[in-house]
Design a binder for this molecule. Structure first.
Ligand code: IMP
Length: 428
């Protein structure tokens, strides 16, 4: 009954695709459990690559059933754009299953996301502007629209009316915007629902049945640990639970069915959007990492903020997610550095923090305590085993493992899919 959870260990964009590729052929279902089209991963189809935001990565493997769980917020327009784009390239998407309990991102959620950010000014979160936060806010406020609501015109009209009642007041009176028309939105959503219908299923039942039959399910998290609404750098977070617990609530599968939790970490750290980032580099070294690592967002194209590996964050990710394995990506990006700083703890006014401070005012003010590791200059992309890595590179990985409190089971050594060293199997 292998239920494998895959999460980002830092602030996202760690390169989860590498881990998915390693697990790839052994998986029967890939289920996304949180977030929406704020995520972004590049999927390679033959010679072509395609940027996906909402579809689970398993969509390209014909032997995998891709599932969008109840914890995901679904923008049907984006979903169809992605399906159309893949089908035009010959990828069959008919296996896709979408939870009937997933919440919908309606056009007004996108509008509210953008106007709210503008209104927040210097307090803005730096969201992706995709309507994620407002859709989750409606879910928690109990005025959200769920997938199964799209199949009953009268019922949907009532729900849209309830949802827009307060929002229209806010849009008109506070933001000086036009009110959203209930009938027009209802018609639009009904049409989208018609197209969505063939994909809709009781995905909790499907996944539990699969696990009971001994099938392998990969639970794929969007975003990452430090963007978790409960455990991340609140308020500079996304509005869902990208941590391992979210795999259960976001798919309707119990924690006793989870057998493995894999965290993906870069060999350094990046972040997009606002919020504290202790090891961030503001000098040419940060720019060098950005260029070497091609650190620009897949979803928004924004340059990513770059900094050194932060072991406090990784220890925290091990704790919060109960990690069993780490996949360390983009180690090759550090090739050529004489020395590599690794943040082992934080300091604030002479007080040392070995563990993540919960108080975000403290976290925003801490300074990293660095340990210097010797670098390497050899090209590591052709190394196929840990032993083939230069000794200083091995020492760097070993130190990261020790500091993270979790074994490093795979190492990314270059941009290609096969640029990966497998140290321990991620499935058996
Ligand atoms: P939202 O998820 O669009 O509400 O954005 C909230 C925060 O999460 C912002 O800082 C975004 O930049 C960040 N974020 C959302 N999705 C991702 C992702 O997939 N990778 C990295 N950062 C993300």
């Amino acid at each position: 009954m292998p239920g494998i959870v895959l999460v980002g260990a830092q602030w996202g964009d760690e390169g989860k695709g590498k881990a998915t590729d390693l697990i790839g052929t052994k998986v029967d279902y890939v289920a996304r459990f949180n977030g929406g089209n704020n995520a972004g991963h590049t999927v390679v189809v033959g010679d072509e690559s395609y940027a996906l935001h909402l579809l689970p990565s398993g969509i390209i493997n014909p032997n995998v059933t891709p599932v969008i769980g109840n914890g995901v917020v679904v923008d049907p327009q984006v979903l169809f754009e992605e399906i159309d784009g893949l089908q035009a390239r010959g990828v069959d998407c008919s296996r896709l299953l979408v939870s009937e309990a997933a919440h919908i991102i309606a056009p007004y959620h996108r509008t509210i996301d953008k106007v709210t950010e503008r209104f927040l000014g210097k307090h803005k979160i730096g969201t992706t502007g995709r309507g994620i936060g407002p859709a989750y806010a409606d879910k928690i406020n109990r005025v959200g629209i769920r997938v199964h609501d799209l199949f009953n015109a009268n019922h949907l009209h009532d729900k849209v009316e309830a949802s827009l009642h307060q929002k229209n007041q806010m849009l008109v009176k506070l933001y000086n915007r036009r009110a959203v028309d209930v009938d027009a939105v209802t018609d639009e959503l009904l049409a989208l629902g018609e197209r969505l219908k063939p994909y809709v299923a009781n995905t909790s039942l499907v996944l539990n049945t699969a696990l009971n039959e001994g099938k392998t399910v990969l639970f794929e998290g969007g975003q990452a640990t430090m963007l978790d609404v409960d455990h991340g750098t609140y308020p500079f977070v996304t509005s869902s639970n990208p941590t391992a617990g979210g795999a259960c609530t976001g798919t309707g599968v119990g924690p006793t069915k989870i057998t493995r939790v894999i965290g993906v970490s870069k060999a350094y750290v990046t972040r997009v959007g606002e919020g504290p980032f202790p090891t961030e580099l503001f000098d040419e070294q940060g720019e060098w990492l950005r260029q070497q690592g091609h650190e620009y967002g897949v979803t928004t194209g924004r340059p990513r903020r770059c900094g050194w590996f932060d072991a406090v964050i990784n220890r925290y990710a091990t704790q919060i997610n109960g990690l069993t394995d780490i996949v360390l990506t983009k180690l090759d990006v550090l090739t050529g550095l004489k020395e590599i700083p690794v943040c082992v703890a934080y300091d604030l006014d002479g007080i040392r923090y070995d563990d993540m401070p919960t108080d975000q005012a403290v976290f925003a003010a801490v300074k990293p305590v660095y340990e210097m590791m010797p670098g390497w200059s050899e090209d590591i992309s052709s190394c196929h085993s840990f032993d083939e890595l230069p000794p200083t590179c091995q020492a760097y990985v070993k130190r990261l493992e020790e500091l993270s409190g979790c074994r490093i089971s795979a190492i990314g050594t270059g941009p290609q899919r096969d640029h990966i060293i497998s140290v321990h199997s991620l499935v058996d």
